[in-house]
Design a protein around this ligand. Sequence first.
Ligand SMILES: [Zn+2]
Length: 271
Amino acid sequence: MYEYNQKTHAERILKEGFQGKFLKSGMRVLAKYYRDVEDKERKDRRIALYDFCEKNIEGYNRVKYYQAINAALNHASNKKNKLVEIEKIVVTKEELNYIDKLKIDYKYRKIIFTLLVLDKLSMESYNIKTGKEPNSEHIFGNPLRKYNELVKSSQVTSTMMKKDGYSNINDVVRYFSSLGLVEVLNQGMIKLVFINEISESGNESLKIVDYENIGLYYDLHKGVKNVKECEECEVPIRVKSNSTKYCDKCKKEIERIKTAKRVRRYRNVTE
Ligand SMILES: [Zn+2]
């Protein structure tokens, strides 16, 4: 869900190259990064982006990629297209309390928790993009791919749902609807009515920074076995063995530094 961490995403691309097959979105984010972080004018953004693509796309040629690159540059020329960076989402004591007390199975509380955090993210993102306060209607499911994000980030697998007789997330949503937690609207959208039942407060309880594993924060809060904090950046991780210490990102970074040191030592010896 890099869409909420575009600045971080751009920094990662600059360091490691484009991620997977997401070239177009990567170019857009880079163009905005050049604009907002590096303060580059349009013509310099153009030079920088062409240069980066040339160096980082395998089999690059100008004819093949100019359309995508120009689209990214145009995207960044529109000031309305913001470089969205949401550093954290706060969950309050009252919100946790409410979810803890729901009389539903643990995994469904985890899904409700994830829905709450995703809603906060989309509210925050709306605010950054438009400069306006979002209204108090908590709507989820637009676009539809949000359901995939929900399942992935909740860390509740469809196998787990099937064990309870729910064939997929839509069934679970209907279950939530029968309990009055959500209201099913048309075109796959739902209204998160449970959020309006929670009293507002400023009592921070959890800070969420890893939006791809939101469910793990609930596990950590409940002291679930095999879930602990990364020793470097404190995001919750699933422990696979006793030696698990870091999240994937930190592990990669630590490996990178080690390799760089090794290379430097080697060079010192041979030169
Ligand atoms: Zn980490």
